[in-house]
Design a binder for this molecule. Structure first.
Ligand SMILES: [Mg+2]
Length: 377
């Protein structure tokens, strides 16, 4: 059945705990041992399936428990019994059925698009307006408190053809950040370097430390202070001659409007887990571009399914010009959940051309890594 008027009959959930290879520190918190994601499967009456991933991080967007409850209790009733064709209406209702929980809404949007694409025989990027690129430059983050391990990672990235790294700063001390920037300048000149504080600096320390780091001339410096410190972001932006980017300060289109109006940044990190879906991520990018601001596609602690969703969004959004950070499936998870690997070649993420997301989870891995699940028999 290729009819989009068919009904959505199945709504299944898995809360996964996925082991990771190393510790990663950020200005707002650390991840060690495992990261947690929630997977949604929608099934239509003809038996077609669509998958979506929510990748919450408690210190950044929200918790996996809240994400699971948002989907299971508040979003499920809007979806089961609706038509596949009603994606826009379902998303509009979901926006008000539960406040915040943007990761849950991202998973829902992804699963609806995957299901629609599979039934229609077209890739998700075609449903988002068509494709503007076949591959996306990959940036990998350097965030290990043990820098010797990151030096080994840098060697691997160099061999793999990755040429963009993002140094996570502001989680230890300023000397540690400067030491690593000096190492990158001396030993890794072929890498383009970005710097991300993840809100790690106090308003007292930020001006001097940001000015110091700017001497190394990174591509940009991201989110040095707390998300709500819009005034301080604007002030820091005026003190350096390179772009200041916002991440935690800008979740959805509403934040982007305010950030542009108040002049807090030169560009923005766009993540479907913050915007609450792929179409809303595109809206953030268009608002940014309308104000002359740049954008890249960021990620949370994600598995390959969320990477695929982000890849399709960027493929269909010419305004997102600064690449992507979909490195977790290849360089952070001990094992990804996709049946076929998430494809990175010569430092670029390859945009799939097959129907839907162009990849699906391995069901045995979902069941293996599940700590909670709600799956119809
Ligand atoms: Mg960031």
């Amino acid at each position: 059945m290729t009819d989009l008027n068919q009904t959505i009959t199945g709504f299944d959930l898995w809360h996964l705990e996925l082991p990771v290879t190393s510790r990663r520190d950020h200005g707002i918190g650390s991840v060690e041992g495992s990261c947690e994601v929630v997977i949604l499967r929608l099934t239509s009456e003809s038996g077609s399936e669509g998958f979506g991933e929510a990748s919450p991080w408690s210190v950044f967007t929200g918790t996996p428990e809240a994400t699971y409850a948002a989907l299971d209790r508040y979003i499920r009733p809007l979806v089961v019994g609706s038509r596949v064709a009603d994606r826009a209406e379902i998303m509009a209702k979901a926006a008000f059925a539960v406040a915040h929980c943007t990761e849950a809404k991202a998973a829902l949007d992804t699963a609806l698009l995957d299901l629609t694409g599979r039934i229609s025989g077209v890739p998700v990027w075609a449903l988002l307006g068509g494709k503007c690129r076949d591959s996306i430059p990959l940036s990998c983050s350097i965030a290990n408190p043990d820098f010797t391990q990151d030096i080994a990672l840098l060697e691997q990235l160099r061999e793999d053809g990755v040429r963009i790294v993002k140094l996570k700063t502001g989680f230890k001390d300023h000397a540690f950040d400067i030491m690593r920037l000096e190492h990158l300048a001396q030993h890794c000149p072929e890498f383009s370097v970005r710097v991300d504080y993840n809100q790690g600096l106090s308003i007292e320390d930020a001006p001097a430390q940001v000015r110091d780091v700017a001497q190394f001339n990174p591509d940009f410096i991201e989110q040095p202070v707390r998300a709500h410190h819009y005034d301080m972001m604007a002030k820091l932006r005026g003190q350096i001659d390179l772009p200041l980017l916002a991440d935690e300060s800008v979740f959805g289109p509403e934040d982007m409007e305010r950030a542009a109006r108040e002049g807090i940044c030169d560009g923005v990190s766009i993540k479907i887990m913050k915007s609450g879906g792929l179409s809303r991520g595109q809206t953030v990018a268009r608002i940014a571009a309308a104000h002359g601001l740049s954008a890249y596609g960021g990620d949370m602690f994600e598995a390959g399914l969320a990477h695929l969703a982000g890849t399709h969004m960027i493929a269909a959004t010419p305004e997102i010009k600064l690449g992507c950070e979909f490195y977790q499936a290849s360089y952070f998870l001990k094992e990804d959940i996709l049946e076929d690997p998430f494809v990175v070649q010569n430092g670029r993420v390859i945009v799939p051309d097959t129907p839907g997301l162009g990849g699906r989870p391995d069901m045995s891995k979902l069941n293996h890594y599940a700590v909670t699940k709600e799956v119809a028999a």
